[in-house]
Design a protein around this ligand. Structure first.
Ligand SMILES: C[S@@+](CC[C@H](N)C(=O)[O-])C[C@H]1O[C@@H](n2cnc3c(N)ncnc32)[C@H](O)[C@@H]1O
Length: 417
């Protein structure tokens, strides 16, 4: 049953380009799987997508010149993932289940899948036969060649290798203490929590999914990566400030800003999508936040809705390519690189709006969860060329392998008086 669900999620992802985490959670919530079967389905789904190019490379010699339906191909990829990467699952169980899934549609497909998987077991894994170091790393770590080349050019090959290898390791379970409801000292009395590596408000949870605990349900903690937890403190909002959060959903940083402000002052928060505003509302309620005025709206048009220079502080946590979070969201690796041009234009427009609305002497933070310099350092360089009364106060970049956290960029800027 775990594999049936894994296959359905993978096919939906493939056909609809859906988000893996949302689709998987949806299927798991409506299933009757045991905890351990849910874990297995999760590992198969994430592992197959995380290692997709490598698995396709392993499959290639067996399907060369043959017509293969996309459903059968997915069954083969997820079975190869289990045979290669999961030690505790017996080979015969993987093959039996694969044949069962394939046969559901047609008997011949069952025989085809059986023959390929048994051949693979006889021959074993293929060594990567590639002399070009970029192509080799691309197959080895299942990152498209354009990402390997981009990271190698912007950093260097060794750094690109470390980033891509790290992206295939399991993510940490980081959470943020909600200081509106509990102190970190009190939370750490439960030994399932330990100190985080990087964020002063962060903790790590050792006992499974924190979302299922009363700590989470009662709003004492919230799930947030450690790098992301550095952004609200960098803005340093005060209890008397009027703060604008331009792209707020699902509200991780809005609620962090509110906690730092002790629920005082006011945060005006926007996000483009109505359905995401609902997620923010739920988080505000769960975490006991009550100083936020929430709007669904396009933040590239805010200049038309507010007078110039009204906000003391502005957070622009911009939509981005997400290349810093490929470990937690492996499907990002396979997004079309051409989407980047549209994102860059959007980021520049949002920055124009932030500039217009920031008070003289006010401070803003521009942040992204990508490590692509065009969306980060270069974006800010162009911004500073355009608005010469802006200056950088502090700039930080976190590569994902350094603290085992998401890759993030954050830049604090000040407007001249
Ligand atoms: C990086 S996410 C924000 C994460 C959020 N700050 C948090 O910490 O939970 C970027 C958000 O920008 C929103 N967005 C995209 N285009 C936008 C626009 N034109 N105006 C406002 N929000 C936008 C997306 O819906 C997405 O929720």
């Amino acid at each position: 049953m775990a594999r049936t669900i894994a296959l359905e999620v993978l096919i939906k992802y493939q056909n609809e380009q859906s988000y893996l985490n949302i689709t998987l959670n949806d299927y798991l919530e409506h299933s009757r799987l045991s905890r351990s079967d849910k874990d297995l389905a999760t590992r198969i789904v994430y592992g197959t997508i995380q290692n997709k190019l490598y698995l396709e490379y392993q499959l290639a010699p067996y399907v060369k010149g043959k017509k293969i339906k996309s459903r059968e191909k997915m069954i083969l990829l997820m079975s190869l993932y289990q045979l290669i990467f999961l030690d505790k699952v017996p080979d015969y169980a993987v093959i039996d289940e694969a044949v069962y899934l394939a046969k559901k549609r047609d008997n011949f497909a069952g025989k085809f899948v059986n023959a390929i998987l048994r051949n693979f077991l006889r021959n074993g894994k293929r060594e990567i036969d590639e002399t070009d170091q970029f192509k080799k790393l691309s197959i080895e770590t299942s990152h498209p060649l354009w990402i390997i080349k981009m990271l190698s050019k912007q950093y260097d090959f060794e750094t690109a290798r470390k980033i891509c290898q790290h992206n295939n390791t399991p993510p940490t379970r980081a959470a943020r203490v909600n200081t509106l409801k509990i102190t970190k000292t009190d939370l750490l009395k439960d030994e399932n929590f330990s100190e985080a590596n990087l964020s002063p408000d962060g903790v790590l949870y050792k006992a499974g999914n924190i979302a299922n605990t009363d700590y989470f349900k009662n709003g004492l903690v919230t799930i947030q990566d450690e790098s992301s937890q550095l952004i609200a403190p960098l803005l340093d909002p005060q209890e008397t400030d009027l703060v604008l959060d331009m792209c707020c959903a699902p509200g991780s940083k809005t609620t962090h800003l509110a906690a730092i402000m002790n629920n005082q002052g006011k945060i005006v928060a926007y996000d483009l999508f109505e359905h995401k505003i609902k997620l923010v509302k739920d988080n505000l309620k769960r975490l006991g936040v009550n100083n936020v005025e929430l709007h669904a709206g396009d933040a590239t048009l805010l200049k038309d809705h507010y007078p110039k220079a009204v906000f003391d502080k502005i957070l622009l946590d911009a939509p981005c390519s997400g290349l810093g979070v490929m470990k937690r969201k492996p499907e990002i690796k396979y997004h079309d690189s051409s989407a980047m041009d549209t994102i860059i234009l959007l980021q520049a427009k949002l920055l124009d709006n932030a500039y217009y609305l920031l008070k003289k002497g006010g401070r803003m933070v521009y942040s992204t969860c990508t490590i692509n310099k065009k969306e980060n350092e270069l974006m800010i360089k162009q911004f500073l060329e355009k608005y010469q009364d802006m200056k950088i106060v502090e700039e930080k970049k976190i590569l994902p392998y350094i603290y085992d956290s998401d890759g993030f960029y954050m830049c604090k800027l000040e407007k001249g008086k």
